[in-house]
Design a protein around this ligand. Sequence first.
Ligand code: DCS
Length: 500
Amino acid sequence: LFSSSSSSSDMPGSDSSSSSLPVTLDSINPKVLKCEYAVRGEIVSIAQRLQDDLKINKDAYPFDEIIYCNIGNPQSLGQQPITFFREVLALCSHTALLDESATHGLFSSDSIDRAWKILDQIPGKATGAYSHSQGIKGLRDAIAAGIEARDGFPADPNDIFMTDGASPGVHMMMQLLISSEKDGILCPIPQYPLYSASIALHGGSLVPYYLDEASGWGLEISELKKQLEDAKSKGITVRALAVINPGNPTGQVLSEENQRDIVDFCKKEGLVLLADEVYQENVYVPDKKFHSFKKVARSMGYGEKDISLVSFQSISKGYYGECGKRGGYMEVTGFTSDVREQIYKVASVNLCSNISGQILASLVMSPPKPGDDSYDSYIAEKEGILSSLATRAKTLEEALNKLEGVTCNRAEGAMYLFPCINLPQKAIAAAEAAKTAPDAFYCKRLLNATGIVVVPGSGFRQVPGTWHFRCTILPQEDKIPAIVNRLTEFHKSFMDEFRD
Ligand SMILES: Cc1ncc(COP(=O)(O)O)c(CN[C@@H]2CONC2=O)c1O
């Protein structure tokens, strides 16, 4: 049960030594080989095989289902989409509905109004046509208005580049900033592996800065400075600082003071600030609040000429969880016009992001307001989802902290818990014998015993010698007790087996 379909020997015709096909592992781009993305890595491949087995024989394992806690994919675990968003999207996608009298009985009046408003901003009301390469102007207007309402500072629709999720935006910026392995990007450790994967694919160097687990995954400026100097001593020119706030996998929400220090650090060192803010709606603790880096920089008096800031947003997270619709944007500020033209050129190569994602991104940033027909139902759905996520985060955090040798910082935000496991030496030795990282060994044992899929901490990088795993807080509330019981029982048996 430990092998995985991801290893090349399992895949038909993939054994490069016997293949007569033109492409082999030796002939493809080595940057692709170097790239890793643990969120959908080996352990998920194993889980999918177990799931296939269960379809054939439901009694094959000591559990009756696989529970995927490896990926922040809310709707795959039962979260419902926001009604208003889907009503508007449906009407925009099939405009004939707007001519039907029955529609007024099926859709709220403000959904119909918003659909007309959006369609009026699309040439020929053609949602099947390519749009402007930065996205439909009217939708960028709505997003800019939403940013202004959030921050209290102006936002320019022409700074918005709409993307198929935040991922392509991150790739675009890595493509722009990285010319060789001598170009470095400061990334948090632990980090969401889109960053390490994209840096590898673009041939750059990841310059780590370690978040401090003991202080709730705090980001120390002294650590940034130390890592920057260390990179310079190795001949690496650091081009940008990536910050994920709220954090993935660590869940911390930065204090406004810490953000001000980060902005000053980037300005002083001439670094582009890549602000990944896809979890901006996911804050669960009363003592923390999301502040965009755009707002912090502007409130410090820093404008277009003071700091280069790229802010990423997505429709995949928050309370909307529209991962599969692939929507989002990057707000690009503080670049010269000639560089902006290069960013536009790269965006234009992909023609445009998908229109459904664009429509949803505009709705996320400009949702129903008090007094709108849909407002009461919208806010009830939103608050219901966010309060449930907060409850699930707390329940799982408390359960993890009761496990022998496990400590887990609270999830202040985002969608994950990232507990630290103090693994006995016997377990570490067994992992080495199985030729796998100790936390991956634990996660595979957990999967095979309970059907629960989590991602080893090694997939996010971590302080050497520490071991973690990442578990989402996404299974619906009625599933959480069973997850806690299965996890608790497994952990006790694991520790009984390997306790030193
Ligand atoms: C911090 C962060 N940035 C960007 C993304 C990319 O999202 P989209 O491309 O969908 O907008 C994710 C997705 N979260 C991944 C996917 O699910 N679990 C994760 O850790 C993320 O967690």
